[in-house]
Every structure is written in structure tokens, then in C-alpha cells.
Design a binder for this molecule. Structure first.
Ligand code: SAM
Length: 204
């Protein structure tokens, strides 16, 4: 277990990447080509910024990152500090994205059920934001802590995208309960999607 942790930790340090999680995105991108050269990409929960560093290598389009925590600036990247559940923050994000990525994770409490519940809520908000800001045909990737309810979220996502898959990166920590749901080919915005978003959004 520690051998694997040290491997990706050291590799990231050597390659100037801000976190080991960068390798999960590199792995997924190599396999599924979620991003293309001129795509606009939204990175939800981007701190400390290692996914942003990776995204920059794959697109010349607009790149926007959002997180509760601040990040050290990265050239050419727009950063918004705030809570993704906050409607004011959602408005600042704008739209016209071809790709939405979310590596979101709650501050864990150590209570498994609670952590899974918090994770699912944040993953679901990421999905609802993606539905608002993605262009038709767009791609979406979201992390979630696996639980019995994961399947519900997968089902919801399946209704909106042509192709949906659960994926556990080889570069995730051994024993990790996280999985990624990746979805390609957004079918496009529906008239009633705004209502759904309002029901889970944090009040201003
Ligand atoms: C695993 S880290 C993301 C790592 C990032 N992908 C990278 O490679 O640098 C999870 C992030 O989710 C953020 N987060 C958790 N809840 C959030 C929320 N409600 N709104 C915005 N960001 C949130 C945390 O602040 C944390 O930085």
C-alpha cells in the first residue's frame, strides 16, 4: 500500500505536479479522450490544482477551476473560490463548456455512512451543474465514494448521456472506496432541469 502511495507521490513531485491525483486524470484521459484540443473545461473542486495542470496540456480552450480552498495561480486559468453548491458561484461559472470534471470530496469525518452521504450530495451537485453548463455532446467526469446509493446517481446520469461508465483508476490509493463516473455525449439541456438544480442548491 505505502509503496504505491510513495510511487505516485514521488512521481508527482519530480514532474512538478501539485498532487498525486493528477495521474488519475491522465489515466482516464488516455483511455477515454474526454478532452479535445479546443475544449472549454470546468474543473469543479480543483485545489490544489494538479488536474488544472493536466487539463492545460490537453486543451487551448477556456479553463475554469472552482474550489472552497484557494490555489496558487496558474497561467491562463480562471479560478473561482467558493462553494459549488452556492448559486452565486454557479452563476459565475458561465456556460458553453465541452467538458466538466469534478474530483470533489467532502472533508471526511471517519463515519463511513456520513462520508458516503456527503460525497454523494457533492457528486450530485456536480452533475446538476454539468447539466446546466455543458454543451450538447459534452463530457462529464465525477468522483464519488462508493455506496449503495451510487447506482441511483449512475442511473440519473445515464438518462442524460449516451455513454456512462464506472471507473476505478489504477492510480487510486489501494483500498480506496472512491470511483469515478464518466459520461460522454451529453444529450442536451431539458426545460425542467433548472427546477431540479434549485432543489439541491445551497441558498444564497
Ligand atoms: C481530492 S481534492 C481535489 C484535487 C484536485 N483534483 C487536484 O488534482 O488538485 C477535493 C477538493 O474538493 C473540494 N471541495 C469539497 N467540497 C467542495 C464544495 N462544496 N465546493 C467546492 N469545492 C469543494 C475540497 O476543497 C478539495 O480541494
Amino acid at each position: 500500500m505505502y509503496q504505491q502511495k510513495d510511487y505516485y507521490f514521488n512521481k508527482a513531485k519530480k514532474e512538478g505536479l501539485r498532487a498525486r491525483s493528477s495521474y488519475k486524470l491522465i489515466e482516464i484521459q488516455k483511455k477515454y479522450k474526454l478532452m479535445k484540443t479546443n475544449d472549454n473545461v470546468l474543473d469543479i473542486a480543483c485545489a490544489p490544482g494538479s488536474w488544472l495542470q493536466v487539463i492545460k496540456k490537453f486543451t487551448h480552450g477556456r479553463i475554469v477551476g472552482v474550489d472552497l480552498e484557494s490555489i496558487k495561480p496558474i497561467d491562463g486559468i480562471e479560478f473561482i473560490q467558493g462553494d459549488i453548491r452556492d448559486k452565486k458561484i454557479q452563476r459565475q461559472i458561465g456556460n458553453n463548456y465541452q467538458v466538466v470534471l469534478s474530483d470533489i470530496a467532502p472533508k471526511t469525518t471517519g463515519i463511513r455512512d456520513k462520508d458516503q452521504y456527503l460525497s454523494l450530495e457533492l457528486s450530485r451537485v456536480s452533475f446538476l451543474v454539468a447539466k446546466e453548463v455543458l454543451q450538447k455532446g459534452g463530457n462529464f467526469l465525477v468522483k464519488t465514494f462508493q455506496s449503495q446509493e451510487t447506482e441511483e446517481l449512475v442511473k440519473e446520469i445515464k438518462k442524460e448521456f449516451d455513454f456512462v461508465k464506472r471507473y476505478s483508476p489504477a492510480s487510486s490509493r489501494e483500498g480506496s472506496k472512491e470511483i469515478y463516473i464518466l459520461a460522454t455525449g451529453y444529450k442536451g439541456k431539458k426545460i425542467n432541469s433548472k427546477k431540479e438544480e434549485l432543489s439541491v442548491s445551497k441558498e444564497e
